[in-house]
Design a protein around this ligand. Structure first.
Ligand SMILES: [Cu+2]
Length: 612
């Protein structure tokens, strides 16, 4: 009998009570949610996975997942969904560091599928990216993933095939440490944030290609101008001349998305319970396909204790912008208050989702109003003028090529000299003339809020970085686009053009500089590795698997290429990846050729680059 045998585990009394509440409160929809994600949950018991039948929590050495189709409805919108074991979100995998797990994934769809274990360090052929690390799972087939769990933390899993991730195929992973958990607390909740649209992502892409602002209903208008809102007339004319829209913050917005916590919209008010005096750990995962969220619990400070699964030195804050594919662990102490609103607001303020942390079911704190949508600035164009002598009043005359007036600095929006490694063509509309390190910047739209906001620069790893070497070389990777034509690429080349992989030698230490030449943030994810953000003194830099590169910004990370094999490296905005903002990274032993591993050539079309 394994130590995770669910039958042997006692069910805490509070959990039984909560389950009763959940059944009464959510009849009709309960069937689609795994119990851990149902409203009124008491949370997941700490450190011992009580995988009761039907709980939707799967543990142990052998796990079976079935990919299938269901119907999903929320907030008056309904559509077809791709689900795992019949649920959305997918079952919670609760595993333990040091164990080896076998996960058999059966595909009952009519199309190919796959599962990628986001943030887990697994052998590359278990990483689950069709066309890069394995051939994919064909209809009717079962593929068994097998890998050891070498670290603990909060992670998640999702499809890497077609657009399945956008229509429901995602779920949380919690890996408990092999020994006692230093972050132990009285209660834990898992919160999976996501976006849901009845419009299929292929159709979203088609509309965006017709008109890049298709889903943006928050453009500046004449009424706003007359009321003195947003940009001045001069700025509007200048941005218009550059064919830039300062309100173009997100491609797909709340006009088509419902935003969800554990599959529940605001009206369904997902509720996680607590008892007074408890410390509660929230494991928050942004499993959206296209939405960066501002996460906050008004009135309750968030103590950040882990980022992307890795422990950080605790830092207290009031709001965190959680990029797509990132995970954060927070500890909160709700005290004697009866209920708190948990708010995840879309980056562009086109919508939000409210959930509740409460002492009992049926409570709900006031839902804050959605705040004013942000307007982009010159800094988001990679033209940061601060500290430079701008001439009159710090105003820039955008009607002339600015490099005429800015001695020594190219202010053209498309000067190939600033990015010699980028292949220029119709897919590259702009290059950031002066990208700046924005790790210490508050993220887009939170620049001026009157409470604390987490910046990447505040994150320090709890444990010393395992590889203290200074990188022996560095490479630049430009994030490029022609937003008007909805073309997205890296270094000017879309994945569908089959560019050479980015080669690393096994064990080498490399600095990677990501330069964002577009006016959108890009959450960039590297498979199979953690990297250290180059911020603050070396030694305890934050180790992450995904980093959000702000518009016009630059992020450097140091990487020890210790994962032998072929790995995906891409923007985690699903439509950006699909349009081509992706590369393959190869890690080879000295003397071994850099060609990609054989046997996958026939599957190029499945890796999410077919729309380029
Ligand atoms: Cu992107």
């Amino acid at each position: 009998m394994s130590k995770f045998d669910p039958a042997a585990a006692p069910i805490p009394r509070r959990r039984l009570l909560a389950m009763g509440g959940a059944l009464a409160g959510s009849l009709g929809v309960a069937g689609l949610f795994p119990a851990w994600a149902r409203s009124g949950t008491a949370g997941i018991a700490h450190a011992s996975p009580h995988a009761t039948a039907g709980s939707g929590v799967l543990s142990g050495a052998a796990i079976a997942l079935r990919i299938g189709e269901s119907h999903f409805a929320t907030g008056g919108r309904s559509s077809h969904a791709v689900t795992v074991n019949g649920t959305l979100p997918a079952p919670l995998l609760r595993l333990r560091e040091g164990q080896t797990v076998r996960i058999a994934v059966t595909n009952t769809l009519a199309e190919q599928t796959s599962i990628h274990w986001h943030g887990l360090l697994v052998p590359f052929h278990m990483d689950g990216v069709p066309g890069v690390s394995f051939p994919g799972i064909d209809p009717g087939e079962t593929f068994t993933y097998e890998f050891p769990l070498t670290h603990s933390g909060t992670f998640w899993y999702h499809s890497h095939s077609g657009m399945q991730e956008a229509v429901g195929l995602y779920g949380p992973i919690v890996i408990d440490p092999a020994g006692p958990d230093p972050l132990a607390c009285e209660r834990e909740h898992v919160l999976v944030l996501s976006d849901w649209s009845p419009i299929h992502p292929h159709e979203q892409m088609r509309r965006l290609k017709m008109m890049s602002g298709y889903f943006n209903r928050q453009k500046q208008d004449l009424a706003g101008l007359l009321a003195g809102k947003d940009q001045s007339l001069a700025d509007r004319l200048a941005w218009g001349q550059m064919r830039m829209d300062a309100t173009d913050i997100s491609d797909v917005t709340g006009t088509t998305y419902s935003f969800l916590v554990n599959g529940h919209g605001t009206a369904e008010n997902w509720t996680g319970l607590f008892a007074p005096g408890e410390r509660v750990r929230l494991r928050v995962i942004n499993a959206s396909s296209m939405t960066n969220f501002n996460f906050r619990i008004p009135g309750l400070p968030l103590k950040v204790v882990a980022a992307d699964g890795n422990p950080v030195q605790p830092v207290e804050t009031d709001e965190v912008q959680i990029a797509i594919a990132e995970t954060y662990d927070f500890i909160v102490e709700p005290g004697e208050v009866e209920s708190y609103a948990i708010v995840a607001e879309a980056l562009d303020r086109s919508g939000q989702v409210r959930a509740t942390l409460a002492r009992r079911m049926g409570l709900a704190a006031a839902v804050p109003e959605i705040r004013r949508r942000p307007v982009l600035t010159m800094r988001d164009m990679g033209m940061d003028m601060s500290g430079m002598d701008m001439g009159q009043d710090g105003e820039i005359d955008l009607s002339k090529p600015a490099n005429e007036s800015m001695a020594g600095h190219s202010m053209k929006m498309r000067d190939p000299a600033v990015a010699p490694t980028v292949k220029m063509g119709p897919g590259v509309a702009t290059l950031s003339p002066m990208p700046v390190d924005r790790l210490a910047d508050r993220p887009t739209g939170l620049e001026d809020v009157d409470h604390r906001v987490l910046t990447y620069a505040e994150l320090r790893a709890r444990d010393p970085n395992p590889d203290p070497r200074v990188p022996s070389r560095q490479i630049d990777v430009h994030l490029t686009a022609n937003m008007e034509r909805y073309m997205w690429s890296m270094d000017g080349t879309a994945m569908s053009e089959n560019p050479d992989p980015i080669p690393f030698r096994l064990g080498e230490r490399v600095r990677v500089n990501l330069v964002n030449d577009t006016m959108m943030p890009h959450p960039i994810h590297l498979h199979g590795h953690f990297f250290e953000l180059v911020s603050g003194e070396p030694g305890n830099r934050p180790r992450k698997h995904t980093v959000n590169v702000l518009p016009g910004g630059k992020v450097s990370f140091d990487l020890t290429a210790d994962g032998e094999g072929d790995w995906a490296f891409h923007c985690h905005m699903l439509l950006h990846m699909h349009a081509g903002m992706m590369r393959v990274v190869t890690v080879r032993r000295d003397g071994e050729p850099e060609e990609r591993h054989s046997g996958h050539e026939g599957h190029q079309g499945h890796m999410g680059a077919g729309e380029g």
